[in-house]
Design a protein around this ligand. Structure first.
Ligand code: PGA
Ligand code: ZN
Length: 428
């Protein structure tokens, strides 16, 4: 089935910033849409999001150049190709761009095209996207944010994500029930303390705290108020996003005016895992602090998931270096960090082949598209991170997994936190 045309338009993400939507049309009239998300706490090794930089329009953030690349060179290369040859198409886009970071045509232009073609292929086959992308049937264990901080809350607190994971849930539905209960209880706690002040970029409560560690107290109180035992039914998961805390060779917690060397910051991460029921930490150390990562991995990698986000940027070369140096045991997977569906699938497979865990993730700037819900199920990734339990760009993904569960029927599988043992992680 041939691709007959490509169209693109500027749409807006969940922060109201411009982003790219691509529409692929096939010879039988079938279409597929690709909506591109956008990060705020981006890693330096990510593929390039092409923005126009014209300060007179959308504060420099418009994406009209990326869109004209879709209409021009990209359409020229793609029209006439077989929609079912995703890897051939993505390889053609990579070589057409010709730069390591997709900086000439823009990773937003390329990814929008890649996603639109993947969706058109599924539509042409008349199957859901998850069934077209792979043969997986495993519903993911969600990591769901309760408090948002870091760059998603104007640096109000230093740590970016305080999340929970429903450790003993027997089904995907139960994970959402547990999360809903804790999320509502957290609102009660904040209200009681006079600290309720809206939500941050990913829908978690705005962090009105004086110290980073105060958030743990509020989170533990919320878990207990909801009727659960922290560390038993509900575990804590953090995204430190430590790259944003690392400047001139030191880590800084600005809220507390504390400064740390690599060894001291690694020791703080280890201390927190000893002190609190933490089951997962993402980016505990800065993206290129390979020695710091090794310290943390050696100390706690057997009892805590350690996810590289900025550290790996869904880039197979960096993932392989991490596997060789044993710096983590899990990889955050974001389509727009690398820029094509094929490279994203390869990053997931490489992670799984090493006995590590892929965690499929949204960005802080999201759209109404639920591609990643399908990606998580298609690849048996086992985990999904989408931000909080509010705002429809987040709920679109959690809800889509409910629909996939229904479509899979008795073929749907759920192992929840059982996935940790696949990476040799035993929770205490
Ligand atoms: P970002 O945040 O999309 O702003 O990069 C998400 C994350 O750090 O995981
Ligand atoms: Zn992150």
């Amino acid at each position: 089935m041939k691709i007959t045309s490509l169209d693109a338009l500027q749409i807006f993400d969940s922060r109201g910033n411009p982003t790219v939507e691509v529409i692929a049309t096939l010879e039988d009239g079938t279409t597929g849409h690709g909506l591109v998300p956008s990060g705020a706490s981006t890693g330096h090794h990510e593929a390039l999001e092409l923005r126009d930089g014209d300060q007179s329009r959308f504060r420099g953030k418009s994406v009209f150049n990326a869109i004209s690349h879709v209409h021009g060179e990209i359409a020229h290369a793609v029209v006439g190709r077989d929609v079912f040859d995703q890897s051939g198409l993505d390889a053609a886009l990579i070589s057409l761009d010709g730069t390591p970071g997709k900086s000439r045509l823009g990773a937003n232009a390329i990814l929008g095209t890649s996603m639109a073609v993947a969706q058109a292929a599924a539509n042409a086959k008349r199957v859901p996207l998850y069934a077209s992308l792979g043969d997986g049937t495993l519903l993911p264990l969600p990591e769901i944010q309760i408090f948002g901080g870091g760059k998603h809350a104007q640096g109000r607190i230093d740590i970016q994500d305080f999340m929970i994971m429903a450790l003993t849930a027997k089904s995907y539905d139960e994970t959402l029930e547990v999360t809903s209960n804790v999320f509502q209880a957290a609102a009660d706690i904040m209200r009681q303390r006079g600290l309720l002040a809206g939500v941050a970029d990913e829908g978690g409560y705005w962090p009105m705290f004086d110290r980073n560690e105060d958030v743990f107290d509020a989170l533990l109180a919320a878990i207990e108020l909801a009727g659960y035992t922290p560390g038993r039914e509900v575990g804590i998961s953090l995204d430190i996003a430590a790259t944003d805390l690392f400047h001139d060779g030191h880590y800084t917690l600005g809220l507390e005016k504390r400064r740390f060397t690599t060894e001291e910051f690694a020791a703080l991460m280890i201390e927190w895992v000893d002190k609190y029921p933490i089951v997962s930490i993402e980016d505990p150390m800065a993206e290129d602090d390979w020695e710091g990562w090794k310290i943390v991995r050696n100390a706690i990698g057997h009892r805590c998931q350690l996810i590289g986000d900025d550290h790996f940027t869904t880039n197979i070369t960096r993932i392989e270096r991490g596997i060789a140096a044993n710096t983590a045991n899990a990889v955050l997977i974001k389509l727009n960090q690398i820029g094509t569906v094929t490279e994203t699938l390869a990053a997931i497979r490489r992670t799984q082949a090493a006995g590590w865990l892929p965690v499929v993730s949204a960005r802080s700037g999201e759209t109404e598209d639920a591609f990643i819900a399908h990606l998580a199920v298609a690849t048996n990734a086992g985990q999904l991170k989408v931000g909080s339990f509010s705002r429809s760009e987040r709920m679109a993904k959690w809800n889509e997994v409910l629909r996939i569960q229904r479509q899979l029927g008795s073929r749907a599988r759920f192992i929840g936190a059982g996935i940790f043992s696949q990476a040799g992680i035993s929770l205490p």
